[in-house]
Design a protein around this ligand. Sequence first.
Ligand code: OXD
Ligand code: MN
Length: 589
Amino acid sequence: MATPLEKWVEEQAKLTKPDEIYWCDGSEEEARRIVEKGIKQEKVGEHHIFHELNHKTWPNSYWHRSHPTDVARAEHLTYVCYPDKDTAGPTNNWMDPKEAKALLTRLSDGCMRGRTMYVLPYMMGHPDSPYAKACVQLTDVSYVAVSMRIMTRVDKSVLEKIGARDDFVRGLHSVGDLDPDKRFIMHFPDEHLVWSIGSGYGGNALLGKKCFSLRIASRLGLQEGWLAEHMVILGIEDPRGNITYVTVAMPSACGKTNLAMLESSLPGYKVWTIGDDIAWLNIGSDGRLYAINPETGLFGVAPGTSMKTNPNMLRALKAGKFYPTLFTNTALDVAANEPWWEGLNDSNSKNLLDWEGKPWDKSKGAKAAHPNSRFTVSIYNSPALSKEFDNPKGVPISAIILGGRRTHLIPLITEAFNWQHGVFLGARNSSETTAAAVHQVGVVRRDPMAMLPFCGYHMGDYFRHWLNIGKRLAHPPKIFSVNWFRVDDEGEFIWPGFGENIRVLKWIVDRVNNRVGAKETPLGLIPELNDLDLQGLNIDKEKFEKLFEIKPSQWQEELQEMGSFLNQFGKRLPLEIQQEYKKLEGQLK
Ligand code: OXD
Ligand code: MN
């Protein structure tokens, strides 16, 4: 008799009508075969899916160009589907599940004709972890199949794990005809199902990532008592050899990957990477919060990544240990047959193809690499990978750091007074938008816990869930807010950022270990001048004060915007958050 999985695959094949169905085993040999097919046969529009790069300088690397209309997450086409709209809340697009399925069924009828349906069994999380989830994605694109091998644990043993069970996570993906008008990324949290059509871009197509591990997992977390968060996980080793584990939430393209792989500028300090995008946080039997990274790969923004800004990333990209490494929508240096992007090096190569495959003409002012061009590389290629990465239990978290990109108002670092105040810092988090999603770049948007595009249910309930988790923790992490992006009167960044961010992490480590005091302000606790290690930096007392300046007159507009954002959650906004808002408003009068 057919298992629920076999039955499900058969039903999807009946609808999508692929020429063949191929069950992936996750091996390297298989990935090489799929890449080969993408080089020689399969196409996106007019060009082949993969182009082999110079393996002497960039081992096991391939260049991929997506369809030019398909280069970022499509938040306006992303829906969560519950029978009632209220469960989705005011910050999500909502569709009734029946209506959504009728629409998707119509669009998916025959969408895989002439193509192969890849069946990908994979785990999010280490297979021995009690927090891991068994999943299966179907896709008709080799680029997606190979990317999933990098980003998740694709392995045929997952099929045994699923066996006759019906509770595996399902993902159905097809690029369809890439028509933006027929593009939808639909989530059915009650059925653990993601159905995505019309896009091959990572965040829309690698369904284990944002779709399952954040949108659906956040809903599962609410039901099961844990948190699925848009967070980096890292270990900070101090000169005593002690490692303090922290998580950091930041909106897309604010430097999470750089932070996760930071090369410390302070002697004796070292950062160990566990994750650069997603953290699943569970309460351990000792009353501490434990984090696992459900992914195994890094899907980072290429422009700006260099030996100067993120040397560990460059080393990972050139390691070539785990097959393969992909570059998507970067430029191509034709003579060297190497990937290229703005900020990579000072090469004055005239011979570039831009991300659309056209000869690049610098004088026209356009970027050669798309601002959201990406690399996809195994985390096992990272020289700074934590030895705890594969620990099924995860790592105990001492601090949660929340951040955004704000050129004004928000101090370099503030510590919350307590868990409730920390949840408020998260709720009022905001950032200037970037190219990671399709929208206007550079406008301030509220982005609570950096989860605005990823929280799969009503955000008022999400804040309540955070408050409840805090009550259940005997030893809650301290919560901090950071902002590397504050500018001076000339519009120049005051803080040097990148490797120097270790100085802020050091203060956090000192705080959680009760080694230093702090100064109270209306926004929270900030460092005393002498407690933030500024040695060797060009930051005097005046600049330091600028990094922490709070001018009540400048905060009035911010308070108003924050208030109207929070008000949209109506009765579901927890009283505690309202109280924190009132307190802040009172103090900034
Ligand atoms: C990502 C994103 O790709 O947040 O991680 O957009
Ligand atoms: Mn992200």
